[in-house]
Ligand binder design. Structure first.
Ligand code: NAD
Ligand code: UDP
Length: 310
């Protein structure tokens, strides 16, 4: 059994990561300031006496007594709607929060896993995106608080690896969805689910020809755990390469919800990336991982949760 700190534990991905680590028999310390997370996401985790939750802002000094084997840093604002509302908090959690958690990992001689993002590639000029692609990010653009904080976070991780010989992992996560996403999260799948289940038109931004590649949460958790357990110290893309237009996504959501909602077209947010698709060759060869759940199946598995939420 290992003793593992998970930041962002009350969030969508963090809570599923906690559940998985507890199932595998580890002791898990969750940390969250609940800026976008919800304690209900941890209802299953609290069944285990090996789980505890600290309400703490990771941009402040972190004290954990006893040993730690791993630090998994998932805390961040993650939805474009949230990070547009809280640009400074977003920058702080990616910069100061990453610094504090790296310092803790160094102190405890723990393995460190950083949850980076496909947004480090910005609005990519290369599709699909391999890890070697250096990206197309506007440093003063409307999404830069998120993109640049994650790029800076990766650079800090690299610094701790080179300077302090810290054992590090960097996951570049692509769009992930599933139960426990907040209905008011603002990301496309909770928006479409809420709209389809309440008989309102689905709001497609722009002409809907922009693409994303959606990964179901159980596949993402498998990928993150495989990365943690590997010895790969370079960034690895984790995501589902099944690329869809937002119009296609809207059609699948209407089908799986059995909704007769229509579609309305709204303005595209500025600098919304046109395409996004992971090249997962590295995850396949180095982690032996690839996603198993199709878009339709993942959406079908999520409907019950969103129905209960609306
Ligand atoms: P989420 O918003 O559901 O969870 C993030 C959690 O971090 C929340 O519970 C929030 O309260 C917490 N948090 C934020 N700032 C904090 C702070 N200063 N101190 C303590 N806690 C803080 O988001 P998510 O989708 O679960 O994302 C988890 C991680 O994965 C994030 O780092 C995100 O950038 C990354 N990621 C997610 C996706 C995705 O599609 N879900 C894609 C790329 C990267
Ligand atoms: N989007 C949309 N309607 C919505 C919410 C989002 O058409 O109600 C689009 C958004 O413009 C983007 C894509 O869906 O092109 C994915 O957006 P999301 O906010 O989920 O994540 P992103 O990949 O942009 O970070």
């Amino acid at each position: 059994m290992s003793r593992i700190l998970v930041t962002g534990a009350a969030g969508f991905l963090g809570s599923f990561v906690c559940d998985r680590l507890l199932e595998e028999g580890h002791e898990v310390i969750g940390m969250d300031n609940r800026v976008s997370g919800q304690t209900e996401n941890l209802d299953e985790a609290f069944y285990h006496d090996r789980f505890s939750l600290y309400e703490h802002d990771v941009t402040e000094f972190i004290h954990i007594s006893g040993e730690l084997d791993a630090v998994l840093h998932l805390a961040s604002l993650a939805s474009p709607v949230y990070y547009r509302d809280y640009p400074i908090k977003t920058l702080k959690v990616g910069a100061l929060g990453t610094h504090k958690t790296l310092g803790l990992a160094k102190e405890k001689d723990a393995t460190y896993l950083f949850t980076s993002t496909s947004e480090v590639y910005g609005d990519p000029e290369v599709n699909p995106q391999p890890e070697s692609y250096r990206g197309n990010v506007d440093p003063y653009g409307p999404r830069s608080c998120y993109d640049e904080s994650k790029r800076y976070g990766e650079a800090l991780v690299r610094g701790y690896r080179d300077k302090h010989d810290l054992d590090v992992r960097v996951a570049r996560i692509f769009n992930t969805y599933g139960p426990r996403m907040r209905l008011d999260d603002g990301r496309v799948i909770p928006n479409f689910m809420k709209q389809a289940l309440t008989g309102r038109d689905l709001t497609v931004y722009g002409d809907g020809d922009q693409t994303r590649s959606f990964c179901y949460v159980s596949d993402m958790v498998d990928g993150l755990v495989a990365l943690l357990e590997s010895d790969v110290e370079e960034p690895v893309n984790i995501g589902n390469p099944d690329e869809r237009t937002i119009n296609e996504l809207a059609e699948v959501v209407l089908e799986v919800t059995g909704s007769d909602s229509g579609i309305t077209y709204e303005a595209l947010p500025p600098q919304d990336p046109q395409v996004r698709r992971p090249d997962i060759s590295k995850a396949r060869s180095e982690l032996g991982w690839e996603p198993q759940v199709s878009l339709r199946e993942g959406l079908e598995r999520s409907v019950e949760f969103f129905e209960a939420e609306v």
